[in-house]
Design a protein around this ligand. Structure first.
Ligand SMILES: C[S@@+](CC[C@H](N)C(=O)[O-])C[C@H]1O[C@@H](n2cnc3c(N)ncnc32)[C@H](O)[C@@H]1O
Length: 340
C-alpha cells in the first residue's frame, strides 16, 4: 500500500518497533495518537501489541480503522462480496459534481478562478460518482461502519494514485502528469489478522492525552511548518464526505481551526510540554526529525523534566516535494522517556 504522506514512517517501522520491543513486554498496550497513515500502528499491531490509534484529522482515522480493525475482508453482502465492491466502485457512473467543478481540469471553481488541475476531468467525475454512490449506500443502511470506512479508504488510496500533485495537496502541477492521465483504479488490499485488542479514536492529542490508559504512547508529531489539514484537504474532504467552500487558488477547505501547534516554531516546544504534562503512562516514545521546529537541545531539556531520556538515531532520506527540494539525508530520532 503506497501513501504519499509527509512524515510517513513506513520505511522506518522496523527500526521504531524494534526499539519499542526492547522496552515493552509482549502483549503490552500502546497508543499512536498522531497516526497519519497508521503505518506505525499496523507495525505495532503486527508485533503483538494492542494499539489505540487516533489523529486530529478524519482520513487518518479511516486508515487506522481499516488497517487495524478489518482483520479480514468484510462480507459486503449488499454488494456481493469484497471484490464485487471494488468492481462496483470501478463501474460507478461518473457525475460532474463538486470534485469535477472544483478540482478537475474541465471544472469551473465557484470562486471564479481557472480550473484547478488536481485531476483529469474523467477522474474527477469518477471520484464524484463514487462519493455519491457511497453516500447513498451508507444512507440506505445496508453497509456496516467498517465497510463504509473501507470504501472511503479505497477511494482515498485510488485518488492518491492519480492526483496531479508533487508531494502534498497544497497545490497542483501546471500540466497533467502521466499518472494523473491514467484512469482511477481500485485494487484489493491485504487484511491482517493481528492478535491485539485495538481501538480507534478521533481528536487531537490535547483532547486525548489524559484519557490514554496504556503501557506506552508513541508520538509522531508534525515537524515542519506545513499543516496537515491544509496540505491534505482533498483527502479530508473525501473522508468527511462533505463539499466545503474551496478557497483560493489551491481550493483548500477551511483548515485554520485544525491548525496544529506542533507546526509553529513559536508554539511547538509548548505543545510538547503540554502533551507530556497530560500523559500518565510509564513510557513515551517520540519520533522527531533533526529538521524539526524544536531544536534537539531544547527538546531534550523539555523531555528530561518528565523522565529519563534515551535517544536513538537513524539516517533518513529527506522528504521531497516539487518546489521544496532539500537534498541529502537527515537524522531521524526516536526519544524514549521512562517517566518519573
Ligand atoms: C508525522 S505525521 C504522522 C505520520 C505517521 N506516523 C505515519 O507513519 O503515517 C503527523 C500526524 O499528526 C497529526 N496531528 C497534527 N497535530 C496533531 C494534534 N495536535 N493532535 C493529534 N494529531 C495531530 C497530523 O494530522 C498527522 O497525521
Amino acid at each position: 500500500m503506497s501513501f504519499r504522506y509527509l512524515g510517513n514512517k513506513t520505511k522506518l517501522t522496523d527500526w521504531i518497533v524494534g526499539e519499542i520491543k526492547q522496552v515493552l513486554p509482549p502483549n503490552s498496550s500502546i497508543a499512536d495518537p498522531m497516526c497519519g497513515t497508521a503505518s506505525v500502528s499496523l507495525a505495532l499491531a503486527r508485533a503483538g501489541f494492542s494499539v489505540t490509534a487516533a489523529d486530529a484529522l478524519t482520513f487518518p482515522v479511516l486508515h487506522a480503522r481499516v488497517r487495524l480493525l478489518a482483520k479480514q475482508a468484510p462480507a459486503f453482502k449488499a454488494l456481493g462480496g469484497y471484490l464485487n465492491a471494488l468492481e462496483w466502485m470501478s463501474s460507478t457512473t461518473p457525475i460532474e459534481g463538486y470534485f469535477f467543478q472544483e478540482f478537475g481540469e474541465a471544472g469551473s471553481p465557484a470562486n471564479g478562478r481557472s480550473p484547478r488541475l488536481y485531476f483529469s476531468a474523467s477522474n474527477a467525475a469518477h471520484i464524484d460518482g463514487v462519493r455519491c454512490a457511497i453516500r447513498e449506500l451508507a444512507q440506505s443502511g445496508v453497509i456496516s461502519k467498517i465497510e463504509h470506512s473501507l470504501l472511503l479508504h479505497h477511494l482515498i488510496l485510488a485518488t492518491n494514485k492519480v492526483a496531479n500533485i508533487s508531494g502534498t495537496y497544497g497545490y497542483f502541477l501546471n500540466t497533467l502528469s502521466k499518472t494523473a492521465l491514467q484512469p482511477i483504479t481500485f485494487g484489493p488490499i491485504e487484511f491482517e489478522n493481528t492478535i491485539g485488542d485495538h481501538k480507534i479514536l478521533q481528536g487531537t492529542i490535547e483532547e486525548n492525552a489524559s484519557a490514554l490508559k496504556v503501557d506506552a504512547v508513541y508520538l509522531d508529531p508534525p515537524y515542519t511548518k506545513r499543516q496537515y489539514a491544509g496540505n491534505y484537504h482533498i483527502l479530508e474532504t473525501i473522508a468527511c464526505e462533505d463539499a466545503p467552500v474551496a478557497a483560493g487558488d489551491g481550493g483548500l477547505r477551511p483548515w485554520q481551526e485544525q491548525a496544529s501547534d506542533f507546526c509553529y516554531k513559536r508554539h511547538a516546544a509548548n505543545a510538547f510540554r503540554r502533551t507530556l504534562e497530560q500523559l500518565n503512562v510509564p513510557h513515551v516514545f517520540i519520533s522527531y526529525s533533526q529538521d524539526g521546529q524544536v531544536q534537539e537541545d531544547e527538546l531534550f531539556s523539555i523531555l528530561s523534566d518528565f523522565g529519563k531520556v534515551t535517544i536513538h538515531e537513524q539516517p533518513y532520506l529527506r522528504f521531497r516535494s516539487h518546489n521544496r527540494i532539500k537534498k541529502g539525508t537527515v537524522l531521524e530520532r526516536l526519544y524514549h522517556i521512562e517517566t518519573f
